[in-house]
Design a protein around this ligand. Structure first.
Ligand code: KG4
Ligand code: ZN
Length: 336
């Protein structure tokens, strides 16, 4: 059987990434150039600065990915690229690059959905994982509970009505003075805090059992901080962080529990940047143990934005016969 070798490109937010993936599950290289240091100065991702950094770095990142995989553009079978959702200017850099390479080297081009990429990250280290399974995608831009029916076939059970889970982490971190990116910092200080010290709300959505809402929780944290300030009470950063993290974890676990029960799923996977949170991961692992459900999660390097996961998704599209032409464009609000 012939090998299918995909060159994948990801530039939807603040990571410039390229990877070479063989037969969907074998990652030959995975190069990520993070801009976090730059955006930290501004307390969050500045779109125009992200685009400008992508354009400076992308050729080098791709060259490194090919080199690490000990291959050349000539030997590549297809080029996969994230074309949405994400920051439009950032996406355009990757899409234009992929189109230029596909045109020059006469290679098939495949546009990949970023969230599909996050889901597919689970296939990299779990060679035996196959659909159907339940997947919770929690990142800075998305919170989706998805039934993965087959490769490339998804049923969205619920998603966030307002803030994404990671966004809430980032906003709360900023409010308690931890800075950007908030997720890892909240997780770290939470170890010193009492998660039961403050009773933050766990939002339930009446007309959408599997939808999420995190803006109320974020407001509750801000109100709590304001209340402390007015009463001249010193806040305990670790207690706030731990109580907030506990509220997010409870909501995620609650939704997953209901979906496992209702849809009788026997496999569950998490994905996205927030999936590297140990507290959330262990709570979901425990839930799966109780339910007799197989639990999957990617290593942190495949949770965060990367191109290897895009290469996996592109492979399954490629073998299903999907091809994009050179009119491929960036779609910032692309639906799954
Ligand atoms: O998947 P990702 O790298 O980019 C998006 O597609 O959004 O996710 C980034 C998000 C950020 O909001 C970041 O704060 C969050 O993931 N994150 C975490 C942790 N590590 C990253 N949130 C909670 N705990 C973590 N350990
Ligand atoms: Zn992402």
């Amino acid at each position: 059987e012939k090998e299918v070798k995909i060159l994948a490109i990801e530039s939807s937010c603040d990571e410039t990434a390229a990877a070479v993936v063989v037969n969907g599950r074998n990652v030959r290289s995975n190069v990520i150039s993070s801009q976090i240091d730059i955006h930290t100065l501004y307390g969050g991702v500045v779109p125009e600065i992200a685009s400008r950094n992508h354009i400076e770095r992308i050729n080098q990142v791709i060259e490194q990915a090919l080199k690490d995989a000990d291959t050349t553009l000539d030997e590549i079978d297809a080029i996969g690229v994230t074309y949405g959702p994400g920051l439009v200017g950032a996406l355009l850099v990757g899409v234009a690059e992929a189109k230029a390479l596909a045109y020059a080297a006469k290679k098939p081009l495949l546009g990949v959905h970023h969230i599909e990429g996050h889901i597919c990250a689970n296939f990299i280290e779990n060679k035996g994982l196959e659909p159907p399974f339940l997947c919770l995608v929690v990142s800075g831009g998305h919170t989706h509970l998805v039934k993965v029916l087959d490769y490339g076939k998804y049923e969205i059970l619920g998603k966030t009505r307002d803030d994404a889970a990671g966004e809430a982490f980032d906003k709360v971190a900023r409010a308690i003075g931890l800075g950007y990116p908030g997720g890892p910092k909240i997780e770290k200080v939470s170890h010193e805090g009492n998660p039961q010290s403050i009773d933050f709300p766990r939002a339930k959505i009446v007309d959408g059992e599997y939808d999420f809402s995190f803006s109320g929780l974020k407001s509750a944290v801000l109100n709590y901080l304001n209340g402390c300030k007015m009463k001249n009470i010193e806040i305990n950063q670790a207690d706030v962080a731990a109580s907030f993290q506990c509220a997010v974890t409870d909501v995620l676990v609650d939704h997953v529990r209901n979906a496992i029960d209702e849809y009788k799923m026997d496999k569950f996977a998490i994905a996205g940047g927030v999936a590297s949170n140990g507290n959330i991961r262990e709570a979901l692992r425990k839930l799966c143990q109780e339910k007799g459900v197989e639990f999957y999660h990617p290593s942190p390097i495949f949770c965060t934005d990367n191109a290897a996961m895009i290469g996996v998704a592109a492979y399954y599209e490629f073998i299903n016969g999907k091809r994009d032409d050179l009119t491929l464009n960036a779609i910032p609000n692309l639906k799954l």
